[in-house]
Design a protein around this ligand. Structure first.
Ligand SMILES: [Cu+2]
Length: 178
């Protein structure tokens, strides 16, 4: 191989390398663009979040509707029984600490719990109440508070930056019935 043919060969090699490099840079840029557009699209359309479209599925075992969750939270259902409706959203319980739930000790209380967006953990401190708030599904648990006092609802399932601010308050008054 003389000098001229060697140079020509090297030139062709470099041209080919440049073509490959440009092609792969182009493919990478297209992939990044596709992933970026997909990410923006999913965020804009609330992928994995149902905050804007919460529906409460009809379930004969959980007689709760979305309207129940938009009231004051407590509904008396009998002489000594109550239903409580709690909705979790990032990052608060509704009703929250500003509007405590007031219930008498000894009453039969059924909590109906749901979420308007992501999973939350509905826990009432000092009790055995602990259930997952699931968007579109109403969980329920019954409980009787024996001792008057103040009980706090917390979120025990990490749900983002304001998770620790999800607090609700329950005031248990003296017994309504001896
Ligand atoms: Cu949380």
């Amino acid at each position: 191989m003389n000098r001229t043919t060697h140079d020509a060969f090297e030139h062709r090699f470099h041209d080919a390398a440049h073509r490959h490099e440009r092609a792969w840079v182009f493919i990478s840029v297209v992939m990044i663009a596709v992933l970026f557009i997909a990410a923006v699209y999913l965020v804009v359309h609330d992928y994995g979040v149902v905050a804007k479209t919460t529906r409460i599925y009809a379930d004969p075992n959980t007689p709760a509707t979305l309207a129940d969750f938009q009231g004051s939270g407590v509904k008396q259902t009998g002489p000594n029984s109550y239903s409580v409706y709690e909705m979790g959203r990032i990052w608060s319980w509704t009703p929250g600490t500003a509007t405590p739930l007031t219930l008498p000790a000894g009453a039969h209380v059924t909590f109906y719990v749901t979420s308007g967006d992501v999973l939350h953990g509905f826990e009432i401190q000092g009790t055995s109440i602990n259930l997952t708030a699931i968007p579109g599904v109403v969980g329920h648990v019954s409980y009787t508070f024996d001792k008057p006092g103040v009980y706090y609802i917390i979120c025990n399932e990490y749900c983002g930056a304001g998770h620790q601010a999800m607090i609700g308050k329950i005031i248990i008054t003296g017994r309504a019935h001896a």
